[in-house]
Design a protein around this ligand. Sequence first.
Ligand code: SF4
Ligand code: SF4
Length: 156
Amino acid sequence: MLGKGLLKGMRVTFKTFFHKKETLQYPEEKLTMPARFRGGELDLNTEKCIACGLCKMACPNHVIEITTAMDDAKKRHLKSYVYHSGLCLYCNFCVEACPTKAISWDKNYENSRYFRDELDVDCLAIAKQKLTKTISADDKASGEKDNTLKGGILDE
Ligand code: SF4
Ligand code: SF4
């Protein structure tokens, strides 16, 4: 029949036109990465970290640098936690070695940097900022002010 091919083609066109769009308008829209995605930077949870150093020992490429200190009660605390993301193999050994699940991937896939030293991430400073924000938000919500910093961080 004459025009049958045209109708078939139009059917596909209309079906696609009203179908849910698969294309994301990057960078305005971002992909949500799956749970098992290894990438971005290490996200440190200071409330869970016991400063044992197992993540550092598990790393085959010496990507993680940790310094620790003891408090008066002989409890170990983190003094610094630096992750050199430019050297990372994303093997996940560090995450698997952590006994308290204190580190995870932030799943940010936009990690290009202009300068090499910007690839060194001060995870402890980032965690402290996040914690301070959370505490301020909690204070606002409860209307009280608590000046004690939570988590396993030894203050200067
Ligand atoms: S993913 Fe592998 S290479 Fe990267 S910091 Fe962890 S252990 Fe080291
Ligand atoms: S992140 Fe985990 S493995 Fe690394 S020092 Fe903290 S508790 Fe230990």
